[in-house]
Design a protein around this ligand. Structure first.
Ligand code: N01
Length: 863
């Protein structure tokens, strides 16, 4: 008779990993009174710090900050000995924590979880381990680390080598003595850069095989920084809280100094100060724009390269060590102790694998294209399958048999980096889509663990058994993560952040770069909105408030925050002159605008006197099509200067002559002055196209906001007058009607620069109520037959969004070809903020493409 199979053990939660995150997760779950089992393939606690025992291994965040903060008593009982503690000390700390809270009792070491399946009927995870255990649990939590799955070796002949082989990520516990040996280190990331100086002290000969040089700055290790210790001593909780609400999880004062506008002296001073501090967040924060602006980044990168050249004696070696193929910070920079100095030692040699690639590893060394290196030992410091590797390794199967690797075949998809749809009750600590590796891990881990623990507590209190993100919420978060990455220089690098180090891995920017505080706020907001975007179920039914937590472009929200911080009065409380002065002052703070071929100012006749215009000519050989442009400003504000950056951008990108016209403004000249001026400007420009460097007959009109309003009106008037011929109308977030009852006036009426009260203010100055239904004020009410092709741009957070959409609908209904451009996540004004709002660039590129398409014959002219 068969022995009956043992019933699987039942737990409330299973945790994978016993490093920083697993230990704290276990602690919190126990506090909730849940039964928990944790597993770790290591022989003890420590996670990363258990495995990475290579010589020189240290943290790269000051240990004052790289530490748990959940228990003040714990903090009193442990004092770090150095600014950057060594691996043995950090491991001791984690052992101390495990002992202090008796955590080992619930951890099974030297055990890996091999499979995890969601049982939809039983609402449980079925877990199996490599020791043959079967378990059932309600919550399955991966605290498996972001850099814990070593990258597979992808070098030919690695199994042939008969000498000693070491991996920095799995270093022997008894240590290694390289005395008298010829050693190779392959890889110059943080692990290589930390270990190379110490291996060089023992080895007879050390050859470093470098594929990509890395930026590294001296750690200046020593006693813990006095300023941080003093702040901690003064008010520990205030300090920890400042870390939790900081951009990177370490309290630092962010700068607003831009590299592109800083003087050389200021740039140098800031660099020297950051260099002296020897801290990643200092050197990454010299300028506010170094992560997004290539020119600013280059200033910092050049200074680091200058340092490398000043340390390394041999100019050729120094040159090889200077990173040139990526922007500073787009690959994780390193902190080192004597790394570059090591190359001045006579027995240390650097091999540039780009010039001299490895052809194969052989029994007794490494063969390259033009040289053989005899060796006794090879150290692989070749990195990790970061962020997704450990999660994919335990290929969890969620609802309907969908596996995580199948779901993530094109890259990970998560809600807040915490959960993924289709996998109920499956949590990730610092998963992809969370700040994790871009932040102080200790702070991010605590925040994630606390969020998960609080969520389980809330579920228990409200009688829910399962939780899972909705596809909508997850897609929204994925988009937000991509939007945040896209405005930075990160996607340009072949980094492990992008998955580029692992052959075949989808190229996706894995972490969330919006910042620790912004992220924490998003997580808190989700909870405050009744777990927005999560579906929770229980015996009493289900609850789901579906939605997207962050829809705005990250740089747009940053600018809105900055503006709110300035405390400017609402414009509608000012007089027109005061509002104009405020706008002029704001324009002075703008960064330099794009260069065009030529800019000339002139005057053209208008119905009420001469109208100033500014002409932008592309650098390419003319003649060019001509675009008559009308600036924004609610018919009251704006001038040739206010829209100068946008006009330059349009000129450069569309390769058209832009004629920006300063029409008459209200209240000095009320309706229909602006509309009449617009039509007159169109007529004059069409008649003088040749003299202006344009191609006669190739004229379009364009305008932003109120400028879009009069551009649309000018098209209708031109049609009625039988000319001039207009090739197209570009209407950027236009006013098309005086009816302010459309939903966008309510949804977006407050908080996004252009407000509903401000629109009232504009209309009141511009037109009498009786005139507001005139088609020259409200073009939507005009005859829309026979109008030129249109491009209508609408922004999500704009009171005028529905004005634009209504006009696009009406034009289409009248048979006009309409190209709709949605400025996703933008406000009424942000799309036009050239050089300030980076996320507007793709929208403006689409706008310029639409302008070019108005003139198809231009392409056939060979331009
Ligand atoms: O790994 P890496 P790491 N042939 O991927 C090279 C954290 N950490 O273990 O750049 C030849 O950075 C590869 O070259 P390339 C920290 O976040 C922190 O060093 O892909 N070379 C690269 O030079 C860090 O960023 C600390 O062209 C090959 C190196 O190997 C992260 O962990 C300490 C190769 C791998 O560098 C990973 O660091 C250590 C091949 N086939 C780690 N394959 C602290 O200080 C790869 N390489 C806290």
């Amino acid at each position: 008779m068969n022995k009956p199979a043992e019933a699987p053990e039942q737990f409330d939660a299973v945790v994978v990993g016993a490093g920083f995150s697993g230990l704290y997760m276990l602690y919190r779950l126990r506090q909730l009174g849940l039964t928990v089992k944790a597993f770790d393939s290591a022989g003890d606690v420590g996670g990363t710090w258990y495995w990475n025992r290579y010589p020189g291994a240290r943290c790269d965040i000051p240990t004052t900050d790289y530490t748990y903060s959940f228990d003040p008593e714990l903090e009193k009982e442990w004092t770090w000995s150095e600014k950057y503690a060594t691996q043995p000390e950090i491991l001791d700390y984690l052992r101390f924590v495990a002992d202090r809270y008796g955590l080992r009792a619930d951890i099974e070491f030297s055990t890996s979880v091999t499979s995890a399946h969601w049982d939809e009927q039983g609402k449980r995870w079925s877990i199996a381990t490599d020791r043959g255990a079967q378990l059932r649990c309600r919550y399955y939590i991966m605290a498996s680390g972001c850099l814990s799955m070593p990258k597979s070796l992808d070098i030919k002949g690695t199994d042939r080598f008969a000498g000693k082989v070491y991996f920095t990520s799995q270093w022997p516990h008894e240590g290694v003595d390289f005395t008298g040996q010829r050693v190779a280190v392959i890889g110059t990331g943080s692990s290589g850069i930390q270990s190379i100086p110490l291996i060089a002290r023992q080895a007879t000969q050390l050859t470093v095989f470098q594929r990509t040089p890395n930026f590294s700055v001296p750690a200046h290790n020593g006693p813990a920084p006095a300023d941080r210790l003093a702040r901690l001593a003064q008010d520990r909780e205030e300090y920890r809280d400042a870390a939790r609400w900081s951009p990177g999880g370490v309290p630092v004062e962010p700068t607003d100094i831009l590299g592109v506008t800083a003087s050389e002296t200021v740039a140098r001073e800031r660099f020297e100060e950051a260099w002296k501090q020897g801290q990643l967040f200092s050197i990454l924060g010299i300028f506010a724009d170094q992560g997004v602006n290539p020119a600013s980044n280059k200033i910092v990168a050049d200074m680091i390269r200058e340092r490398i050249r000043s340390v390394v004696h041999d100019p050729e070696t120094a040159d090889m060590l200077c990173p040139k193929d990526h922007y500073f910070g787009t690959k994780r920079p390193c902190l080192d102790t004597g790394y570059f100095e090591t190359y001045n030692l006579p027995h240390v040699r650097l091999v540039d694998l780009r010039r001299q690639p490895i052809t194969s590893i052989t029994e007794d060394g490494i063969d390259t294209a033009d040289e053989f290196f005899g060796l006794d030992a090879i150290v692989y410091a070749t990195g990790f399958d970061a962020m997704t590797g450990a999660l994919a390794a335990v290929n969890a199967t969620g609802r309907d048999g969908l596996s995580l690797t199948e779901k993530w075949a094109a890259g990970p998809s998560t809600y807040l980096g915490l959960m993924t749809a289709g996998f109920p009750n499956f949590f990730m600590i610092t998963g992809p889509g969370s700040p994790s590796v871009l932040s102080n891990m200790a702070v991010s881990i605590e925040q994630h663990v606390d969020w998960v623990a609080d969520c389980l507590k809330d579920m228990g209190a409200e009688g829910f058994e399962t939780i899972e993100p909705t596809p909508l919420a997850e897609a929204g978060w994925d988009q937000h993560v991509r939007d945040c990455g896209a405005i930075t220089l990160h996607p340009t690098a072949n980094s492990w952040y992008m998955g580029a180090n692992v052959p075949g891995k989808p190229r996706v920017f894995l972490p969330y770069i919006g910042g620790v505080s912004v992220y924490r706020q998003a997580c808190d907001d989700v909870v405050a909105q009744d777990y927005l975007g999560f579906r929770r179920t229980g015996p009493g039914g289900e609850r789901c408030r579906d939605g997207v937590i962050r829809r705005m472009q990250p740089d747009v929200s940053l600018v809105l925050q900055l503006m709110a911080g300035l405390g400017m009065p609402p414009m509608e409380t000012l007089s027109p002159d005061e509002a104009r002065a405020m706008m002029a002052a704001a324009a002075e703070t703008l960064p330099p605008s794009p260069e065009v071929g030529e800019v000339t100012d002139g005057m053209m006749p208008g119905p009420g006197g001469e109208l100033p215009y500014r002409l932008y000519r592309p650098a390419s050989a003319g003649p060019h099509p001509v675009v008559v442009y009308f600036h924004g400003g609610g018919w009251v504000l704006g001038n040739l200067d206010s829209d100068d950056p946008l006009c330059r951008d349009l000129c450069v990108q569309s390769d058209a002559v832009i004629v920006s016209v300063n029409y008459r403004h209200a209240p000095e000249a009320r309706f229909p002055a602006a509309a009449e001026d617009a039509f007159a400007a169109l007529q004059w420009t069409a008649a003088h196209a040749g003299e202006l460097g344009g191609i006669p007959g190739q004229i379009a009109v364009a305008g932003w906001s109120a400028g879009g309003n009069i551009a649309a009106v000018a098209c209708q008037l031109a049609r009625d007058a039988g000319g001039p011929h207009v090739s197209g109308q570009l209407l950027i977030t236009p006013v098309t009607d005086s009816d302010m009852t459309r939903p966008s006036y309510t949804e977006n009426g407050d908080g996004y620069v252009l407000t509903t009260p401000l629109m009232h203010w504009f209309w009141d100055y511009y037109a009498d109520p009786a005139d507001r239904s005139d088609r020259r004020a409200a073009p939507l009410r005009g005859n829309l037959d026979g109008l030129p092709p249109a491009c209508v741009v609408t922004a999500d957070f704009d009171p005028l969004r529905d004005d634009g959409l209504a006009y696009a609908d009406a034009l289409e209904a009248a048979g006009t070809q309409v190209r709709r451009v949605r400025a996703r996540g933008h406000t009424h004004t942000s799309v036009t903020m050239v050089g300030v709002i980076i996320s507007g660039a793709p929208v403006r590129a689409e706008i310029a493409a639409a302008l070019r398409d108005f003139f198809p014959s231009r392409t056939s002219l060979g331009n």
